[in-house]
Write a protein that binds this ligand. Structure first.
Ligand code: ADP
Ligand code: MG
Length: 297
């Protein structure tokens, strides 16, 4: 396993910031670590990268025990911390040379990393001159400079403008082809755009850990249907698996179903059986954002 976390907890005084979480990641997975502010994402990531001692639990990265051997574990981990601390007075190349020296990486590697993250034209500029998007690229470059197998990225896209956002997402997806990535975010859309799996945390605990495809499926189905004839809400209760019924206007209804099965054919059967005609039928986009809000209050 690339990442193996077992019964991990962190208390700050009385507060349980991380409370008995366990999860694992296989090589090549991009996992979204999703949760509202204060859920315990950064605390977990600091423990995973060996910068914070857990109160309890075990962490293995690439089969190395992080608590017992933080230095050897860190050689296989690339970490982009939450606020991406950079030395603003340094030049981009100079900063990356400095980062490379920490890991005793050969200087010849630096240019290929600069190219990989798209910093070729900025390499000779001062970090303070660069936009937030370019600064994130520098953070990512620093994170991969020693060619680690596992990347831990703490809110890598927070504070970026829409164009920068797309660029950094693409870059992370590209990096994810050869590495295992755990990235935190408080935005569900981010997970949909980049990840193949999602762990949702709330108040220090894992509330969901699923492949994205399964998460999409387990959701309720939302259908809008318009009949040709006025009917009573009670009548619609007879629909199989129907969960909620709401009148949009006139003969148009918003129906939710708790079923994986496509309910549209069932609605046609139902209409025919009761001599109704369907004038309109459409399914609403599956709204993972809504699910996230429900799970995390
Ligand atoms: P997230 O990254 O999901 O926003 P954090 O891991 O930063 O959450 O924080 C989780 C909880 O732990 C929050 O309630 C936060 O206030 C608290 N916390 C984080 N760091 C410290 C610290 N050094 N000392 C005390 N409490 C902390
Ligand atoms: Mg955080």
């Amino acid at each position: 396993m690339s990442i193996q976390v077992t019964s991990l907890s962190k208390n700050y005084g009385e507060q349980k910031a991380v409370n008995d979480i366990s999860f694992s990641a296989r090589k090549g997975q991009i996992i979204g670590f999703l949760g509202p502010n204060g859920a315990g994402k950064s605390t977990t990531m600091k423990m995973l990268t060996g910068f914070l001692k857990p109160t309890e639990g075990e962490i293995k990265i690439n089969d190395i025990d992080v608590i017992a051997n933080p230095i050897s574990a860190q050689k296989t981990i690339g970490y982009l911390p939450e606020h991406n601390p950079l030395y603003l007075e340094m030049y981009v190349r100079e900063y990356l040379q400095f980062q490379a020296s920490i890991f005793k990486v050969d200087k010849s590697q630096i240019e290929s990393v600069i190219e990989k993250v798209g910093l070729t034209l900025e390499a000779s500029k001062k970090i303070s001159q660069l936009s937030k998007g370019y600064r994130q690229r520098i953070g990512l470059a620093a994170a991969i400079i020693h060619n680690p197998d596992v990347l831990i990225l703490d809110e890598p896209t927070t504070g970026l403008d829409p164009n920068q956002l797309v660029e950094i997402r693409e870059l992370i997806k590209e990096l994810g082809k050869e590495k295992t990535v755990l990235l935190s975010t408080h935005i569900m859309q981010e997970v949909e755009a980049m990840c193949d799996s999602v762990i949702i945390v709330d108040k220090g605990e894992i509330v969901i850990n699923k492949p994205l495809s399964e998460l999409k499926n387990q959701k309720e189905q939302v259908l809008n249907v318009m009949f040709d004839y006025k009917i009573e809400e009670q009548f619609l209760q007879r629909l199989p698996n129907v969960k909620t019924i709401k009148n949009n206007f006139d003969n148009s209804w918003l129906l939710t179903f708790s079923s994986d099965e496509d309910m549209r054919p069932k609605i046609f059967d139902f209409a025919q059986e009761h001599e109704l005609k369907i004038l309109e039928l459409n399914s609403e986009n599956k709204n993972l954002e809504k699910l996230f809000r429900e799970l995390t209050n």
